[in-house]
Write a protein that binds this ligand. Structure first.
Ligand SMILES: NC(=O)c1ccc[n+]([C@@H]2O[C@H](COP(=O)([O-])OP(=O)(O)OC[C@H]3O[C@@H](n4cnc5c(N)ncnc54)[C@H](O)[C@@H]3O)[C@@H](O)[C@H]2O)c1
Length: 349
């Protein structure tokens, strides 16, 4: 199958490209390259070619050759969304919708969208299913809800969108993110021997390993149309609904000598438990092969192998918001987050 992965140079994309290619798919990527500087380690895997392009500039001609598009390219977390909500809507909602329209117009038959369990937001401790009410708390999560709604309306006999509401990811990717909970705690445990929680860690946060997300995407691409057509799936496993304090304890276990301290209850009210039964019913091959404990040990092994320093852990490109602020401050991207002309060419003009 000819597959285009948008956001191929991101945290999930850098694992997904080789994952799909190694399973026989003809993969190409598209990415504007916000975090290109952030490469934590070499994994020796062959990566597909990536076109340097913004999703807001893609039209039907750019996708006409593909059987499927996996769409990852968005501003990827809550702090980014709160930083500039209008821009989040422009890229994550309108950009994603226009991309889906281009795919539909071009005859791309499958469109796999990476939504998020953060659409469930806050509320009771009951595990949320795909039929539960959504309660998005941030611009990022509201955009996920809007894209699901608007792209579902495009589904027809030739165009099959699939919506994967991923739990919060963890685990190794060369294009690392240290702004997601388990990876962040592991980085602290390694560089300081200490996890200082600024909150009491009581909120629920389901987790899923980045490779298990890749497996869900693979199955969503390969499944018979009737199993997935216009369906929403939570991606993760019931056993990986953790309270944040449990995640801290699991990480501390994996880093011998690490001490955990807690703070007062947090004002951040995002907390949700999620049910992951539906994906297993519709995609019977799906199961999570990773646990938080194994993922934390995987990270420790990588930190050991590269002797990761505090400077590397704190490098701006591993924290999405810091890197974007840097690109704006250094005028490499404009206020709408489009890359400016390369300085060399601009200077010649
Ligand atoms: N990582 C998680 O915990 C998680 C959980 C649930 C859902 N998701 C979703 O999965 C997707 C990928 O997440 P990730 O963690 O790999 O994020 P990431 O930030 O590491 O990667 C996103 C990639 O998209 C690119 N990109 C962003 N805006 C673009 C644009 N306008 N045009 C072209 N490229 C653009 C970036 O350069 C980056 O390489 C996102 O949509 C995210 O919301 C992630």
């Amino acid at each position: 199958m000819k597959v285009l992965v948008t956001g191929a140079e991101g945290y999930i994309g850098a694992v997904l490209g080789p994952y799909l290619a190694e399973r026989g798919h003809d993969v190409s990527g598209l990415d504007c390259g916000f975090y290109r500087n952030g490469w934590l380690y070499e994994d020796g895997r062959r990566r597909p070619p990536v076109a340097a392009m913004d999703i807001r500039q893609v039209d039907a001609a750019d996708v006409v050759d593909f059987d499927a598009v996996v769409h990852l390219a968005e501003l990827s977390n809550d702090p980014l969304g709160e930083h500039d909500p209008q821009l989040t809507y422009a890229i994550n909602h309108r950009g994603s919708l226009e991309l889906a329209r281009a795919c539909q117009a071009a005859g791309v038959s499958r469109f796999v969208y990476t939504s998020s369990c953060s659409v469930y937001g806050a509320g009771s401790d009951d595990a949320r299913t795909e039929a539960s009410e959504v309660l998005p708390q941030t611009a990022y999560a509201r955009c996920k809800v809007l894209v699901e709604r608007d792209v579902q309306a495009l589904a027809d006999e030739r165009f099959t969108p699939v919506f994967l509401r991923n739990a919060t990811a963890y685990g190794a990717s060369p294009r690392m993110r240290f702004d997601i909970v388990l990876n962040n705690l592991a980085g602290h445990a390694w560089t300081s021997g200490e996890i200082k929680m600024t909150s009491d860690g009581t909120p629920w946060r389901p987790l899923v390993h980045v490779e298990d997300i890749c497996e869900a995407i693979l199955l969503a691409l390969e499944a018979p149309r009737e199993a997935v057509h216009n369906q929403v799936f939570n991606v993760g496993s019931d056993e990986q609904n953790y309270r944040i304090r449990e995640i801290a304890e699991i990480v501390a276990e994996a880093f011998p000598g690490c001490v955990v301290t807690y703070g007062p209850p947090s004002a951040d009210n995002r907390s949700y438990r999620v049910s992951f039964g539906k994906i297993r019913r519709h995609l019977p091959g799906f199961r999570c092969r990773w646990t938080a404990d194994r993922g934390a040990r995987q990270l420790r092994e990588i930190f050991e192998s590269i002797a990761m320093s505090k400077e590397v852990f704190n490098y701006r490109a591993f924290t999405r918001l810091q890197q974007l602020k840097y690109l704006v401050a250094t005028r490499q991207i404009d206020e709408q987050f489009f890359f400016r002309e390369p300085t060399g060419r601009a200077a010649e003009a």
